[in-house]
Design a protein around this ligand. Sequence first.
Ligand code: NOJ
Length: 554
Amino acid sequence: MRANKADRTMTRSLQAAPRDAWWRNGVVYQIYPRSFQDSDGDGIGDLPGIRRRLDYLADLGVDALWVSPFYPSPMADFGYDVADYYCDVDPRFGSLADFDALVAAVHARGMKLIVDFVPNHTSTQHPWFLESRSSRDDPKQDWYLWRDPAPDGGPPNNWLSNFGSPAWTFDAASGQYYCHLFLAAQPDLNWRHPEVRVALLEALRFWLRRGVDGFRLDVIYHVVKDVHFRDNPANPGFVEGMDPVHRLLPVYTADQPEVAQVLAEMRRVVDEFSDAASARVLVAETYLPIERLGAYYGADAAGNLLGAHLPFNFHLIGTPWNAASIDALVRAYEAALPAGAAPNWVLGNHDRSRVASRTGARSARLAAMLLLTLRGTPTMYYGDELGLEDVAIEPQDVQDPFEKNQPGLGLGRDPVRTPMPWSNAPHAGFTTGRPWLRLNDDWPGRNVLAQAADDRSILQLYRRLIALRRRHPALHRGEWLPLGVEGSTLAYAREHAGERLVVVLNFGSDNAEVLERQAPAGARILLSTLLDRRGELARGSHLRPFEGWILGLQ
Ligand code: NOJ
């Protein structure tokens, strides 16, 4: 019997998501291209710079690189304001030829390349928007969200921009407002318009044909808005001092049911380019409660997962940093996942305070062990492997529009985007020019070269963790089995095909006893976060403050 079209699609999706797909078991490393490596002395990182550093990344052991936007852009939001059909490279970052060379070089090292895709909005300088605003009769007019003013002449509703102020900007020429959930320079596309969908999906194909292995979908949960443009309700939990966007609950601007269709369409495109030998991946930016993340896998009635492969799980970033809270979080997340869904964990990114600053420098190693031993694809942020902390930026040096719009609330993201310190050459080897943001003060000691020469550095810990994770199927594909919380320690096992490893993490600032049920007799320390002990666990051994172990059982 011949398979009908739906069956064929289903088969293809299942083929594209085998248990051993690279994106299920590998480690993803995020590069913020402005800050990774400059190759031409303008103080801004670029694609040839990334290419120069690929051996470092291969040696670190990561499987895939996710590179934040490098498309033509006026840089109002440093590339998250795309100005050219999503199909070119901004000259600051290089050229399409540089991009092709990067893809080839990444693949030559056995790694994958994920690029950022920004479907919710473009730049106001994008030709689509220029056409759209040129006349109310322009065919592209409703490619964006235009509305008449409210009766009092003000914005059409109360929606707020994520960067402060109303989500509407008045356009005197047309007499209408356009919607932007981010900067006024980032008008939102109208995903209810079929031509918008076709154009954006075609842009995905453009990059797939150039060999990318997947996309990270920027604010995918915002792409569709309420069809009636209803006011968002007030947030009863809002208190002064919070990010002003939280004054309202995003009931009509986020997580609308139609987002699932958009994701399913994107997934079909990605699946067109996937086969057993080369699976492409959709990673979705989803700042959503745990109980909503499951929906973004797109399970159909038969349980096939036809949405994002990896809806980002950001909950490690916001959960209180203690054993009980982390234990509860992991249990809740594991329980919320649809059958067959690939879990994932994120410790940091270009929008949030760095992990070493959030948890305290002494906990950064513990955080690394947690990230790399939980069940699910880990995403790490460049520089976290060096224990980089947030870098204070003087008001006159602020670059981020978020901080410029709402100074002093601590919302600015420059502190987490500072240049990667490579060596003790001038400007830490990042650039021969003037870096666009200053370096971390401690760069002469905290840089790649220095840490590579130190057997006990956090960089060595990351290398060892990633290598161990790769070597042991229990760590990269095993079940996660909670062993509970005891005082300040959290313990869990990872198990696969008869192999069992135990992870014990001490979140406290005192020594912590390890119980028999956590570390049975005969257990051996395979890795300590402090990198100074291995081997059989002596009776009465204890974890030191903020120490973690991976234990092998005989
Ligand atoms: C989320 C991105 O991570 C952030 O950096 C950006 O400013 C907004 N989306 C708008 O694109």
